[in-house]
Design a protein around this ligand. Structure first.
Ligand code: UDP
Length: 355
């Protein structure tokens, strides 16, 4: 069978890696990269580290306003689909690349499988929430990371083609675990259980100077060392509001470029606390059983909160500082999102669907 995966952003490359490994021995699996993320550290480095072949097509769309970006992707993907006519299109997560591919395929009546279906924050101010809802409602196969996400779809009347498969990112992480030795911490001059790992890139946090200031003030007041790989969007905004120098001037805050996946996940594994506004990072901290503090008011990964591994604090400085200092392990084995055969389950479902 001819299956086309459409990806464009960092978290999608992580999800693509185990899917490609699973599908390529059995099927013609092609990769279309929209070019949404284009910096070496945000794109090519993931393909190299995770052993993903170069994309068959790169649309090189780059960044821009949501409408313009999604529109250019839609045009480019449609053109490719009309030429290649794959049997199925695989889309991942909740980015503009996900939505553009889903729309293009739906209009051409090409079956769509959505990897990471049924997630909801119930916050329509997040561009990702719009992308998720629309993608789920045009997909033919919906691969849910947990029973909860399947129940959400059922509540929205989406019941056909819904399967609880577990989460591919968790599989990617568990596969990598043997390569995540403590020696990877050396270059940051930190030791296991003694530092806070930070990421921040959500549009509603970093594009709002008040919320971003709340985060920067918190980072400056945390006890112990902070390791902060700075997303390009966040770096640009910190520079614009004159706060980059302030963080760079602190010896206990290690500001670094976005890290390769193996180094970053090793840092997650050995952190005392992970402080983030990322979806994927919340789930990865949970999988490693590292307490997480999330700088948002809601999460799609509700199991992480229900099981005591994650707390939601928004961007208020005092709330962040208190939560990081009080963070403690949750109550469970943190296994709500499946294990090592997530992609095998997906492949068998795809095969029985396309028959
Ligand atoms: N990540 C990485 N290097 C970094 C920061 C994050 O490899 O410096 C990985 C992280 O492990 C996770 C993914 O990028 O798998 C999350 O991407 P991001 O936070 O950009 O997206 P989200 O999950 O919020 O959609």
């Amino acid at each position: 069978m001819h299956i086309l995966s459409v990806v464009g952003a960092r978290p999608q490359f992580v999800k693509l890696a185990p899917v490609h490994r699973e599908l390529s021995p059995y099927h013609q699996h092609q990769i279309l990269h929209t070019g949404q993320h284009y910096d070496y550290e945000m794109s090519q480095a993931f393909f190299e580290d995770l052993g993903i072949p170069d994309p068959d097509v790169n649309l090189e769309i780059g960044s821009g306003l949501h409408g313009a970006m999604t529109g250019r992707m839609l045009t480019g993907i449609e053109e490719r689909l009309m030429v290649d006519r794959p049997d199925m299109v695989l889309v991942y997560g909740d980015t503009n690349s996900t939505l553009a591919a889903a729309l293009a395929a739906a209009k051409l009546h090409i079956p769509i499988a959505h990897v990471e279906a049924g997630l909801r924050s119930y916050n329509r101010n997040m561009p990702e929430e719009i992308n998720r809802v629309l993608t789920d409602h045009v997909s033919d196969l919906l691969f849910c990371p947990s029973q909860h996400s399947s129940d959400i779809l059922s509540g929205e009347g989406v019941r056909e083609g819904v399967h609880v498969t577990g989460d591919v990112m968790v599989q990617a992480l568990l596969e990598l675990e043997p390569r995540l030795g403590k020696e990877r911490l050396q270059r940051f001059d930190v030791s296991r259980g003694e530092y806070v790992l930070v990421t921040a890139h959500r549009q509603e946090n970093v594009d709002d100077p008040i919320r971003l200031r709340g985060i920067v003030d918190a980072l400056s007041s945390l006890d112990g060392t902070v390791v902060f790989p700075v997303h390009p969007r966040t770096r640009a905004m910190l520079e614009r509001i004159g706060m980059l120098d302030r963080l760079e001037g602190r010896a206990d805050v290690r500001l670094v470029k976005p890290l390769d996946f193996i180094t970053f996940t090793a840092l997650e594994r050995y952190a005392r606390v992970v402080l983030t506004d990322s979806g994927g990072v919340q789930k990865e901290a949970y999988t490693f059983q590292v307490p997480c503090v999330t700088m948002r008011n809601e999460t799609e990964w509700t199991e992480t909160v229900d099981e005591g591994w994650n707390v939601l604090v928004g961007t208020d400085t005092d709330a962040i500082v208190a939560a990081v200092s009080n963070a403690s392990p949750g109550r469970t084995e943190a296994r709500s999102y499946g294990g090592l055969d997530v992609t095998g389950i997906m492949r068998r479902i795809i095969e029985s669907r396309l028959g």
